[in-house]
Design a protein around this ligand. Structure first.
Ligand code: ATP
Length: 343
């Protein structure tokens, strides 16, 4: 398990040994397995894991919607569910799609809500602006895109000015434009000092907005900490060689032979190295200048050397390696497929 030091400050969410076992006719199913979750104050915390890894169950327990089998939970330092009434006013959550009236405008829907919870109308205008719906608040809800509907749901939770916002898969079912809109809203909230717990199964998407993250698989904690610490320093580099360094047969054959020869040189020098299908080399080295020097001393010249950044998907594969069937990366963990690729 990879766990790095959390950010300073008292955690906003804390669970210890949190466990949820569902019992059915077919036997028992452990949805959450002794989970220690620590969410620091401020910023966006990714709660990541494939479908069925226990994210929603954990969130439901935190909000008092499901009863833990065992373990303890705290929100803002208060034991929950016992002290939930004391803290729930500081928590906003979008766990399921909220019910809005289709024939009312976004603003009318929010005003109904603000009056029902007794907060001033100004909060509606502020919430509309925060989620980027200004200019569209007078349109009927039924005409909103899915992304706009999701942002209105977030606006509804902002009415009570929460210090903690819990969003369960807020970009599910959205197209790339919708994902981007919601992502920008979440980034803005994190910057304004709201602590956001963002659950998602799309790592590439989450990596762009999260300052810290917890990765779960089969209800278990796999890794947790600040994203930059989790991803660590860049130690892998992609190297391409200058054509003609080695001459042999066709250009392609020559490239591969040169790569294999260079890989032998690097490996002998203690630098782990793999030849890629395109004839480039993937070299592990703390200091890239050693790669240049080692190859130069062997008479091999580099055309390029570029750092290869590890991402959360790489991390997930590493922390689940050897855990047996069912922990492979599901196809929908690719952000690109879900429109969650880089901006
Ligand atoms: N009410 C329930 N009764 C029985 N099993 C349940 C119940 N709710 C969830 N589960 C099971 O618990 C496991 C965890 O589900 P959960 O919804 O918490 O995962 P998740 O990580 O949120 O997945 P998703 O991204 O698909 O929502 C799954 O195997 C699910 O089938």
């Amino acid at each position: 398990m990879t766990t790095t030091a959390p950010a300073t400050g008292a955690p906003v969410i804390e669970t210890h040994g949190l466990r949820k076992v569902y019992r059915g006719r077919k036997g028992t199913h452990v949805a959450v397995a002794d989970l220690d979750l620590l969410v620091p104050a401020g910023g966006v915390h990714g709660f990541l894991g494939p479908n069925g890894s226990g994210k929603t169950t954990t969130i439901r327990m935190l909000l008092g919607l499901a009863r833990p089998t065992s373990g303890s939970m705290r929100l803002f330092g208060e034991e929950v569910p016992a002290r939930l009434p004391a803290v729930i006013g500081r928590v906003g959550a979008v766990v399921e799609s909220p019910k809005f009236s289709p024939n009312l405008t976004g603003r009318q829907n929010l005003r109904l809500l603000s009056r029902s919870i007794g907060v001033p109308d100004e909060r509606v205008e502020r919430a509309v602006a925060t989620v980027g719906l200004t200019g569209r608040e007078k349109d009927r809800y039924k005409g909103y895109s899915l992304g706009m509907k999701q942002r209105l749901a977030i606006a509804a939770t902002l009415l009570k000015d929460p210090a903690l916002l819990i969003l369960d898969e807020p970009t599910n079912g959205l197209d790339p434009a919708g994902i981007r809109e919601v992502r920008d809203t979440i980034t803005g909230l994190g910057e304004q000092g709201v602590t956001v717990l963002l659950s998602s199964h799309i790592l590439a998407e989450v990596q762009q907005v999260c300052s810290s993250a917890t990765i779960v698989g089969r209800g278990r904690l796999l890794a947790s900490g600040r994203v930059e610490d989790l991803l660590g320093a860049v130690t892998r580099h992609r190297v391409t060689l200058t054509p003609g360094t080695h001459e042999a047969g066709t250009h392609e054959a020559g490239t591969h032979e040169a790569a294999r020869s260079a890989a032998g040189v690097l490996t002998s020098a203690g630098l782990p190295c793999e030849v890629q299908d395109d004839g480039s080399l993937l070299v592990t080295a703390e200091d890239p200048t050693i790669v240049t020097r080692t190859l130069g001393e062997a008479g091999t010249w580099l055309a390029s050397l570029a750092p290869v950044k590890r991402d959360l998907e790489d991390l997930f594969l590493e922390v689940t390696a050897g855990q047996g069937p069912g922990m492979d990366m599901p196809p929908d963990w690719s952000g690109a497929e879900q429109g969650g690729a880089a901006r």
